[in-house]
Design a protein around this ligand. Sequence first.
Ligand code: SF4
Ligand code: SF4
Length: 219
Amino acid sequence: MLIDNERRLGLEDTFRFSCHPGLSCFNMCCRSLTLILMPYDIVRLKNCLGMSSTEFLEKYTEWHVGAATGLPVVTLKPENDACPFVTEKGCSVYSDRPASCRLYPLVRMRSPEEEYYHIVYEDFCEGHRQQKEWSVKEWIEDQGAEIYNRMNDVFMELVLGLYSSGKRLDGEEMAKFYTACYDVDMLRRVSDEFGCEVKEDDVEQMLEGIELMKRELLK
Ligand code: SF4
Ligand code: SF4
């Protein structure tokens, strides 16, 4: 994979790309990948699959401590070196696919001051050889990625806040962070112990968990 770090695209900048089942590379991008899941990705996927977040995390994910942040990072557990949701006909969770799948071939970069995008190139991806032209803004709209960007910004405020504070979580804090940010259904069950509100809506519950961590860890 090559990320073109030289080119920074803003929302009005354009690129050529098209992806559809007729291409010889169809589904190749869903193999041999490391797919990081954000809290909102997990809410969407677990509801798409009709599972609790606890079951989803257990069955489909693994986690490690991020080298740069020291925080838990959740990734999709591959099956036979491929995403567990890829089928011959394409993505079986397409309507709720994660943010990084929606934005591909773009990767989003965010700082407090600005938002910009890089283009990712894979040798096998025929999409770059198609003629359709998009602005970044049009691509985000077409892929339904706007809500994902907004939700990920809320989470990244917490991650970047902790990163810039230099704080490293101990084991107990790490476990609490994992539950509060990634496991909304478990968070409801331990809400008294954690000292947070119970929300009926999963997204509201996810936001409550992230806010709880901001209150406790960014003070
Ligand atoms: S979630 Fe769907 S689009 Fe994303 S890697 Fe898996 S099969 Fe591919
Ligand atoms: S064009 Fe690129 S993104 Fe689309 S299926 Fe082929 S490899 Fe995947």
